[in-house]
Design a protein around this ligand. Structure first.
Ligand code: ATP
Length: 893
């Protein structure tokens, strides 16, 4: 018989378990027997294949053809060094393939490491205790406790059900929540069994207790997942942009190659030489390393973000973060600590009670004001009402459930209350819309009582009587209501979250007997104040969205230094038309109070319509649509439901507002870092091409050889480029406005600065070094073939060094895209320092090491000539710094 066809007793005995859960010993044995509850991605990357693929990339093929042609040339015209060229080109292919592969591999590893940081947690019963486990540790027979918002991590059969609805879209594409039942009707397939829940689905509302019947690949999801293991990764917009730009640049390069090939043939060059020449021009212009370097820069940024507690789920969000203009944040947990403590109580009979202690401590002293001899009993009654009407529990120092309720439970424990003689009959759960909840019990005196708690204005409106100081029930008239409201005002103005508690003996949520108010404190996070200042400086608007009353919201905002122009309540939002809301949000920073979570979607949409890039936080099931809608949906890692985490682009591991700001800082940083290294890489293309063009039109010897071009592209540019891609956030990065959402990373500015500004200076440097050196050594214009090969090699060395020394300084001035290079500490980028060291060593080797000279057509140049190189890097540095200064003036930075 299938597990879902068994009754509870049969089911428990089939899986050798009971309602109190497995013993940890048994669970351990089963884990060994059944293995971890994970679905392995069987389509693991074959890294050897990935590496070999690098050799059949367009760019690699070009080089391979060039190498082949060199060997053929050597065969027909030996002793011209074509064999060395061929070997060097092949070496370049290997270096490039290995570097590109390494970057891809690192990026992959970084992403995998990030995904591992998002564990799925589940609640189960083990050894008669409720425990929270990593979902991978679930075994058949485990008693699974499912609450709203949980991800269901194994197949299980329900044994207790409280209106559970699950979303099965991952299994069958059905997006409407599906109601679960305790009993099963006859079905053909397990997937149709209404008393089952399945791995890969989520609990949308309600709760249940279920017996795990299958884990890992034995689950229905596991069976499908193995079938669809070949799902292709989608390409992100930034990758698309890179592909587009690489294609355009490659096309230009190929066209230039063809033109020069034809010109070469017409100018009586050997066809082989002309083709090698054309191919090397193409190579010099193809931005081969862009894609892997950008992917690596993004994934490194996401790793840095993870270290700062912000987990990015897709690389694109890294970039979007840099453009965020508004943060819409929840209050509880994000701006405050989410350590709710019940501090004060007001009884309807007029007593005020202060409770000592912080957090969920279960010991503390109660101090009474205005009390009489029956006050303690009335306080007990109120706390009983709160305790019985809460889902949260404190068991052996472990806390489960909503912090607001936990604070009430903790206070009840401080009073030593024990509700074991009360039997729960039913519950009307709390929702943000109703702002109240109630639970029906049979008491120890065998009466039926409905316990009610909720937002004070909701409860007060439904209350018709109260308990007075003689413990008798009195009508709640207007005067009495005013008295309560006065106290409520005091609580709320002190930043307390306030709940009202009442009872009713007719199982009705109306005609409530009002018992009192409980005031709960949630302290602000100390670091939020500074983060808010940072946001303001960074041109990012921050708006708080809370379910709390506007007075509590205003008091909390004051405590943390959050500025706002207006307070708008959920009730008002409901009345606004979309255009009205857009209009209000245009010029005002709003504090949203008494919000319903489904209104967040409306706010996100209105802000987006106004052109804002919205980062929005959320934790509950109802937040999922707004998290999806926001440009960056941010879920809480600790207090968030699995559903919210799934819908989000980013998960805050510590739930802390400051981490959002840190992530934005990293997002902005990576945006500019990519610009920096692309510009850096593009700049050196110009001194590679210009000498060839000039050589064509003027009567001069060849200034730069093919292998020298490759040595720049695949040698000296690589490490500094990578280093620029990993620059740390600049001190000024959060003092500038957000990056415009339509500003592309690879915009005209990058090409203008790379090719037409810095590139031209570098080309001038290379050519000036070449020509001046020749002129100083007796060359006259018009002599194309030099008789002295050493002189030619020395002159070519000067060209090469002209470009390389400029790139050295380029890397330094490029460390900031807009700010002065001196605004960054000289030793904050270790990789760049290493790259510089290697570069200088490389220059020395080009000048002094014979084997290097042989391969790269260089020669020793005495100090007396090297000074020619000096002015250009300095000109480059100074003019780029001035250029940035002008940008700062223009943009008012
Ligand atoms: P925030 O993000 O600031 O925590 P929220 O949207 O989570 O706000 P809700 O949990 O919806 O706020 O709470 C709204 C109001 O409902 C609270 O001010 C409180 O008066 C009441 N309330 C909160 N939790 C409960 C609960 N478990 N039972 C009854 N009433 C509650």
């Amino acid at each position: 018989m299938n597990p879902y066809e068994l009754d509870t007793k049969q089911l428990l005995s089939k899986f050798h378990t009971n309602k109190n859960g497995l013993s940890s010993k048994k669970a351990k044995r089963r884990l060994e027997e059944f293995g971890l509850n994970t679905i392995e991605n069987e389509d693991k990357k074959n890294y050897i294949k990935e590496y070999l693929k690098q050799y059949i990339q367009f760019f690699a093929i070009l080089l391979e053809v060039a190498a082949l042609l060199s060997f053929i040339a050597d065969h027909y015209v030996p002793d011209q060094g074509s064999d060395i060229l061929g070997t060097a080109i092949l070496a370049a292919v290997v270096i490039n393939a290995t570097f590109a592969f390494w970057q891809d591999y690192k990026a992959d590893q970084a992403m995998e490491a990030l995904l591992r940081l998002i564990p799925t947690l589940v609640n189960v019963k083990r050894d008669d205790e409720k425990v929270t486990l990593d979902a991978s540790k679930l075994v058949p027979g485990d008693i699974l406790i499912i609450e709203e918002g949980d991800k269901i991590a194994a197949d299980a059969v329900i044994i207790e059900n409280s209106s559970l609805y699950i979303n099965t879209s991952a299994l069958n594409g059905e997006s409407k929540p599906s109601r679960r039942e305790s009993e099963n009707k006859k079905v053909k397939l397990p997937l149709e069994a209404k008393n089952m829940i399945f791995a890969g689905t989520t609990a949308v509302s309600g709760s249940a207790i279920a017996v795990v019947t299958a884990t890992a690949h034995a689950t229905q999801f596991g069976k499908i997942a193995t079938l669809t293991k070949n799902v292709k990764k989608t390409i992100t917009p930034i990758q698309k942009e890179i592909i587009r730009i690489t294609q355009i640049l490659t096309l230009i390069a190929v066209m230039m190659g063809i033109v020069f090939f034809i010109l070469g043939i017409f100018s009586d060059r050997n066809i082989l030489i002309a083709s090698i020449f054309a191919l090397s021009l193409i190579v010099a212009n193809v931005p081969e390393g862009l894609m892997p370097t950008i992917t690596l820069a993004l994934s490194m940024a996401s790793q840095r973000m993870a270290k700062r507690n912000a987990l990015i789920k897709n690389l694109d969000s890294v970039q979007t973060l840099g453009s965020a203009t508004v943060i819409c944040t929840d209050k509880t947990g994000t701006l405050t600590k989410n350590e709710m403590t019940l501090k004060e109580i007001y009884l309807s009979s007029g007593e005020k009670i202060t409770i000592e202690g912080v957090g969920y401590e279960t010991k503390g002293v109660f101090r009474y004001e205005n009390s009489n001899d029956r006050s303690k009993i009335r306080l007990e009654n109120l706390l009983y009402a709160g305790l019985l009407n809460s889902r949260a529990t404190i068991e052996n120092g472990n806390f489960f459930g909503d912090p607001t309720e936990l604070s009430i439970v903790a206070a009840a424990k401080k009073m030593g209350l024990d509700p074991k003689n009360y039997k729960k009959i039913s519950e009307n759960p709390f929702t943000g819309e109703r702002k109240m909840m109630s639970s029906l019990y049979t008491t120890d005196k065998n009466e039926q009582i409905l316990y009610i708690k909720g937002a004070p204005e909701v409860i007060l409106q439904r209350s018709s009587s109260y308990i007075d100081k003689n413990s008798s029930i009195q009508t709640l008239d207007q005067k009495e209501k005013e008295k309560i409201k006065e106290q409520l005002d005091i609580f709320e103005n002190n930043a307390y979250r306030v709940l009202a508690i009442g009872i009713n003996s007719n199982n009705s949520e109306d005609d409530i007997v009002f018992l009192g108010l409980v005031a709960i404190m949630d302290l602000p996070r100390a670091e939020v104040k500074e983060a808010l200042v940072q946001c303001a400086e960074a041109g990012i608007r921050t708006m708080m969205l809370t379910g709390d009353n506007h007075k509590t919201a205003a008091a909390v905002a004051k405590k943390i230094g959050l500025k706002y122009d207006k307070i708008v309540t959920g009730e008002e939002i409901a009345k606004f038309t979309d255009t009205e809301l857009e209009e209000i949000l245009k010029d005002n920073d709003i504090l949203f109070a008494r919000m319903e979570s489904n209104q967040k979607l409306k706010i996100a949409t209105a802000l987006q319509k106004n052109g804002e890039v919205v980062a929005m936080t959320g934790d509950g099931v109802n937040d999922a649509p707004s998290l999806k809608r926001a440009d960056i949906g941010i879920a809480m890692g600790q207090s968030g439901t699995e559903v919210a985490k799934e819908a989000a682009d980013m998960i805050l591991l510590d739930d802390n507002f400051r981490s959002i700001v840190a992530a934005i800082e990293e997002g902005r940083t990576v945006y500019f870092n990519i610009k920096k290294f692309v510009t850096y890489i593009l700049s050196s293309n110009v001194p590679e091409i210009v000498p060839y063009i000039l050589q064509f039109f003027f009567k001069i010897p060849l200034p730069l050889s093919v292998i020298q071009i490759l040595s720049i592209d695949l040698g000296s540019d690589m490490l500094p480029g990578l280093a620029l891609g990993s620059e740390k956030p600049e001190a000024n990065i959060m003092k500038r406005p957000p990056v415009g959402k339509n500003e592309k990373i690879l915009d005209w500015e990058v090409f203008k600065r790379g090719y037409f500004f810095i590139g031209l200076i570098e080309a001038a440097a290379a050519m000036a070094a070449f020509i001046s050196f020749l002129l100083l050594h007796g060359w006259e214009y018009g002599v194309v073939d030099l008789n002295d090969p050493l002189l030619h090699r020395q002159a070519m060395t000067m060209t090469l060094l002209g470009a390389v020394t400029c790139q050295l300084f380029n890397a330094w001035t490029m460390r900031s895209w807009e700010y002065s290079a001196f605004s960054i500490g000289w030793n904050t980028n270790k990789l760049l320092l290493i790259a510089m060291g290697i570069e200088i060593l490389w220059i020395w080797m080009l000048l002094n090491v014979e084997s290097v000279q042989m391969i790269f057509n260089t020669a020793y140049v005495p100090m007396g000539d090297l000074w020619i190189l000096l002015p250009f890097p300095i000109i480059l540095f100074v003019s780029h710094e001035l250029y940035k200064y002008r940008i700062r003036k223009k943009k008012n930075l």
